[in-house]
Ligand binder design. Structure first.
Ligand code: VGL
Ligand code: ZN
Length: 198
């Protein structure tokens, strides 16, 4: 099957965009840019998937005194409006073949910890491998957390992994820079320029 590829859209949900409970600056613009990317390049991918942070009772992932590194305000509560995909992502969702939800009962930053919303309930690694995918582009929110963890897992699972930085938004400059260094050291390709809050 050659070098089949997939686009992984990470956590482009209302709570991670402006007006959400854990708003990342640039989130709504990233949602729109991802829809434009899918419109222009969606046909280049053999699959397009999305991940979603989906919390029921994630323990100390939620805090009333969050440090915004390991603990966070309440966000992406399962079935709630904050967990819904941002409206700017709606055009791209037409191309999305499966959604991988994660984090029901504990923090789960990587989409590879999720399960598909279809009958298979497959892990992301299995779902991609079953379709002969060997290359992935990773985009979404947040560069320094769930994009980072998803891209590191993708590379670790053997996928040739690229993060399209212009289609990501980060929580903070310092953690985003650290994430980019860590990604490069892991062999993940970085393409474009990051959008960072501060
Ligand atoms: C995320 C913080 C908490 C993310 C998820 O999607 O990057 N960040 N939960
Ligand atoms: Zn979360």
């Amino acid at each position: 099957m050659g070098r089949r590829s997939a686009l992984i859209i990470v956590d482009v949900q209302n709570d991670f965009c402006e007006g959400g409970s854990l708003a990342v600056a640039g989130g709504a613009a990233v949602a729109q840019a991802i829809s434009a990317h899918v419109d222009e390049h969606g046909g280049d991918y053999d699959a397009v998937v999305a991940t979603a942070d989906w919390h029921v009772d994630p323990g100390d992932h939620f805090s009333t005194a969050p440090d915004f590194v390991d603990t966070w305000p309440v966000h992406c509560v399962a079935e709630g409006g904050g967990a819904a995909f941002h409206p700017n992502l709606t055009p791209a969702l037409r191309a999305v073949q499966a959604v991988f939800r994660k984090g029901e009962h504990a923090a789960a930053y990587s989409g590879f910890e999720g399960r598909s919303d279809d009958a298979e309930q497959a892990s992301l690694a299995t779902w991609l491998t079953d379709r002969g995918i060997s290359r992935v582009d990773v985009v979404g929110i947040a560069t320094d957390h769930c994009v980072r963890a998803t891209a590191l897992d993708a590379q670790r699972e053997g996928f040739e992994t690229t993060v399209l930085l212009g289609l990501t938004a980060g929580v903070a400059r310092q953690t985003t820079e650290a994430a980019l260094t860590q990604l490069e050291q892991a062999g993940v390709r970085l393409s474009g320029q990051p959008v960072v809050a501060d």
